[in-house]
Design a binder for this molecule. Structure first.
Ligand SMILES: Nc1nc2c(ncn2[C@@H]2O[C@H](COP(=O)(O)OP(=O)(O)OP(=O)(O)O)[C@@H](O)[C@H]2O)c(=O)[nH]1
Ligand SMILES: [Mg+2]
Length: 432
């Protein structure tokens, strides 16, 4: 019987699991494979499982049928038997037939899931708001719909062992055809509901943009301390804990910088390596909102030896969301913890060292924000009377991106444009 384990998921039976990874020794070294396994272990823990053992194999490429080799699968099977393991998690996306073949090679009752299913499960546990829940359900359905085939007509992935089926939450157990039809219908209705919610979100975003207040997004790898920082600055009261993906729903708070300038700070869902693309697409509007801010504040866990990889993953996701070219501040967080290295970013990038826990370095972060806000461009509306034509041309000369121009009956011109702080200052008499 699985033992009860103190893992923070109180009153839940803990599943005993094994982790399996493959490395080729070139693109992924043995050392990297171990570090990926460390991260997978954190994910498993967050989902309420306890890792009993890990198994890795060096291969040029994963086996088409069983991912690991035949001999390795036999070894895995007896280790599961000996250690009473009932869940095996693979650190890579498996095909439906691979899952089936692996399960066939393991003792009865042992479930096989992959990294994506594990992450989807964590998202399902952590979704709080209606929108978050819909987004997760959509991602889960899109993930499992193509996987309905190859299970003898049954959704054999669902609740195979009962209890605590990590990675197997979702629709119930019915016949293939009916399942497919229902899934398609549900996907369509979720998409429609989400589109409605997205409209509201867009309206709110447009209002924020029009307000001209500079928007700052707090982004970064999961568990870096984003929510802790927003809580420290604004008493936002967001759940911040030592688990991955504690935050799914974005929270925005007003914050007044020491100089008096008001900004909007948004805390949002964290990033991770190999983030399942179904999640990225389901959470696209949430992620795009983060990426659409005027300034991006990247929080990095400075105590994590993998910090450079975390930055790279974060930057890649931001680029894929169209946030390229925005002003970025890197905040190395958790500087109260001992580390045997000093994290750095490349030359020309602005970085500060902070502790969101103790407040250390937060003054430096705020002054970096002040400087960046001053330089940041934002949408402003100006009203130029007929006598101010030279000021109007100054606006155009400053390279303002014009959003709209309106010629009023009295000869004055109302222009809404994205301008930098300097131009805004020069033309402040005409700002509406
Ligand atoms: N020692 C130390 N721990 C910190 C610091 N900042 C945050 N933490 C801890 O790190 C863990 C994660 O913090 P969160 O604020 O939840 O991190 P997050 O980036 O919002 O994580 P997700 O929402 O899961 O993506 C929590 O246990 C925090 O207490 C810090 O400056 N120092
Ligand atoms: Mg958080």
């Amino acid at each position: 019987m699985p033992e009860k384990y103190e893992n923070g998921n109180e009153a839940e039976e803990t599943r005993r699991c094994a982790l399996v990874g493959v490395y080729d020794g070139q693109n992924v070294t043995e050392d990297e494979c171990e570090r990926l396994a460390d991260e997978l272990e954190c994910l498993a823990f967050t989902a309420g499982a306890v890792v009993i053992f890990r198994l890795t194999q060096q291969r040029t490429s994963p086996d088409n049928r069983t991912y690991i080799g035949k001999g390795k699968l036999t070894e895995l099977s007896s280790l599961c038997e000996q250690n009473e393991v009932d869940l095996v998690i693979f650190d890579d996306e498996l095909s439906p037939s691979q899952i089936k073949n692996i399960e066939d090679g393991l003792p009865d009752g042992v479930d096989v899931i992959d990294r994506s299913m594990l992450i989807l499960d964590i998202f399902a546990r952590h979704a709080v708001t209606g929108e978050g829940k819909l987004q997760v359900e959509l991602a889960q359905l899109r993930y499992s719909a193509p996987r309905l085939v190859g299970h003898g007509g049954e959704m054999s992935r669902q609740g195979a062992t009962g209890g605590n089926p990590i990675g197997t939450r979702g629709p119930g157990e019915t016949k293939l055809e009916r399942d497919r039809r229902r899934m398609r219908a549900r996907i369509a209705s979720l998409e429609a509901e989400l589109r409605e919610l997205e409209k509201n979100r867009r309206t709110m975003r447009a209002a924020r943009e029009r307000s001209g207040t500079v928007r700052v997004s707090i982004v970064g790898y999961t568990n870096a301390g984003k929510s802790t920082l927003l809580n420290l600055l604004t008493d936002a009261g967001i759940l911040a804990e030592d688990k991955l993906f504690a935050t799914l729903d974005p929270t925005t708070r007003k914050y007044r910088l020491p100089s008096g300038a008001e900004i909007l700070l948004t805390d949002t869902v964290g990033f991770i390596r190999k983030l399942p693309h179904h999640l990225v697409s389901a959470f696209r509007s949430t992620l795009e909102e983060a990426a659409s801010a005027d300034i991006i504040l990247i929080i990095v866990d400075a105590s994590d030896p993998e910090y450079a990889e975390h930055i790279a993953v974060t930057e890649d996701i931001l680029i894929s969301l169209g946030a390229e070219g925005k002003p970025v501040i890197y905040a190395f967080n958790k500087c109260d913890l001992p580390a045997s290295f000093i994290p750095r970013v490349g030359a020309g990038k602005r970085s500060v060292y902070i502790s969101a826990k103790t407040g250390r370095g937060v003054d430096e972060l705020l002054s970096a924000l002040e400087t960046t806000v001053r330089a940041a461009r934002r949408v402003t509306t100006f009203l130029f009377p007929p006598s101010a034509s030279s000021e109007l041309s100054r606006l155009y000369r400053a390279g303002a991106e014009v959003v709209s121009t309106e010629y009023l009956p009295d000869g004055s011109v109302r222009v809404t444009a994205t301008v930098d702080e300097a131009t805004r200052g020069q033309l402040s008499d005409f700002a509406v």
